[in-house]
Ligand binder design. Structure first.
Ligand SMILES: [Ca+2]
Ligand SMILES: [Ca+2]
Length: 479
């Protein structure tokens, strides 16, 4: 009969696949023990204070430990027991942590900038970062500007910035940007806002085709910083890749054509009144004289907001302000709405907004949002021609139910070109939705447009054209 002892092996040493690793990069542990495993139990342990205190690694109960990660320098050992006897530990092994600056992946491309697929400019509007690196093809596909103190930006948490970029000679470039908030040497893209380090990307790609001798495309995209990222200096990566939508760009993967630029930016302390998220461009909800504004709450917990609006492209400080307006929050709690009234119809507007946290505490102003109000005067529809004679015709139309016309105006022309505010041939009282035309020339084609006149100079656009082919004058005989 073979009786197992309950004495565990001694003199075992710890082995690791890496003696120095980057944060959160997996490695494996094993030991020098090569004897029988019959009757043995194992528990791997970790120490972050050079072996003074040890903690079990949860779930690591096999003779080897795989997929181990660390975020600080640590020591490891395995406890081996034999038939529930005394646990013997292997000699501890220290695994050091590489400086995070040495842990960034080098982004690669098969062809890089050879044919002009590159980043020729990166500018964060409102900051000092503006880097025109030129559009000459064949320059390095990865440029690390982190040691260039002239190419940096001070950025605020919870804040959105407009990033202006331009391409080289080739278009169809997607762009994306990340900040390594936690300085672990990795850029994490996550749907969890607490983990996500991707700050923005282009919708689809920008530019198209090949424009030898000139930049192919200029574009902007918005980046938004996390609510409370750690203050201080962090690495920012901006990457472009040919024929790859911005949302799909990975910070490390290999692509065919493109360029990557790294920068060192500084994040300031989180503001006491965090910024709200981005506004949705108002479209369907736009009326003639008011607009329903809708924006994400983002990092903000305010319930009151300030607005400044004016003609499209107005300079901030010269617009019309609405202060301390209470927003309505949607059921989900992450979308706020406010109805801005007193607008002019069919007008292009720009608007900025900020959270008003009370007692003079405000967030920063948002990036600009542009919208256009709807017209207030609508054209009639269904213009029909009937009863055509040798000198006239009847033209009828259907009134627009939304448009309280004062009267209708019509324009007649022998040329089929859409009229501007040209010569009005006649007016028709609002109580009528048609006109009988007389005195037309036989065998002639006329073109006619109708519009609503809503009074006080407020007129609709013209209807689409109606064609009137006046009949030829036939000879008549009495016998
Ligand atoms: Ca460049
Ligand atoms: Ca990171």
């Amino acid at each position: 009969m073979d009786v197992l002892s309950n004495v565990a092996p001694t003199g075992v040493t710890t082995i690791a696949t890496d003696s120095t690793v980057c944060s959160n990069i997996a490695f494996n542990l094993s030991s020098s023990y090569t004897g029988s495993t019959s009757g043995q139990a194992y528990q791997w342990q970790v120490s972050t204070d050079a072996g003074t205190t040890w903690n079990d690694i949860v779930g690591s109960t096999a003779i080897t430990a795989t997929g181990v990660t660390q975020t600080a320098a640590s020591s490891y050992r395995i406890g081996i027991s034999q038939c529930s006897g005394t646990v013997e530990y292997s000699s501890p092994l220290a695994v050091t942590l590489n400086p995070y600056q040495d842990c960034y992946c080098t982004p690669t491309y098969s062809s890089g900038t050879t044919y002009g697929d590159l980043i020729s400019n990166v500018q964060i509007v409102g900051t000092t970062l503006s880097n025109n690196s030129g559009f000459v093809a064949g320059t390095p596909q990865y440029v690390n500007y982190t040691s260039n103190t002239a190419l940096t930006a001070e950025l605020l948490p919870s804040t959105s910035y407009t990033v202006n970029v331009s391409t080289g000679e080739w278009g169809s470039q997607g762009f994306a940007a990340w900040i390594d908030y936690n300085d672990d040497g990795a850029f994490t893209t996550s749907s969890n806002p607490l983990l996500n380090e991707r700050i923005g990307y282009t919708t689809g790609t920008i530019g198209s085709g090949y424009t030898p001798g000139s930049i192919n495309a200029y574009a902007s995209f918005t980046v938004t910083l996390a609510c409370t990222p750690p203050a201080g200096a962090h690495r920012m990566r901006v990457r472009c890749a040919y024929a790859t939508s911005g949302v799909n760009i990975d910070p490390c993967a290999n692509y065919g054509y493109g360029e990557t630029e790294d920068y060192l930016i500084t994040i300031q302390a989180a503001p006491s009144c965090p910024n709200p998220g981005l506004m949705t461009v108002p479209t369907a909800s736009t009326n003639a004289n008011d607009v329903t504004l809708s924006w994400l709450m983002g990092c903000s917990t305010a319930s009151n907001f300030d607005f400044e609006y004016g003609p499209a492209g107005f300079t901030q400080g010269t617009g019309t302000t609405v202060s301390n307006a209470a927003a309505t929050l949607s059921v989900t709690g992450d979308t706020a709405t406010y109805v801005l009234t007193g607008l002019n119809s069919l007008t292009d507007y720009s608007i900025y907004y900020r959270a008003n946290c009370g007692t003079g505490d405000y967030s920063a102003w948002s990036v600009v949002t542009n919208f256009t109000t709807a017209p207030s005067c609508f054209p009639p529809s269904a213009v029909t021609v009937s009863n055509v004679t040798t000198s006239g015709a009847t033209v009828a139309w259907t009134a627009n139910p939304l448009s309280p016309s004062a009267n209708y105006q019509y324009l007649l022309s022998q040329t089929n070109t859409t009229p501007a505010n040209g010569v009005v041939a006649g007016t028709v009282d609002v109580t009528s939705t048609g006109v009988t035309l007389t005195g037309l020339t036989s065998m002639t084609t006329y073109y006619m447009w109708v519009r609503s006149d809503c009074g006080s100079g407020d007129r609709s656009v013209w209807t689409s054209v109606a064609t009137i082919a006046v009949n030829p004058c036939m000879p008549t005989y009495t016998s």
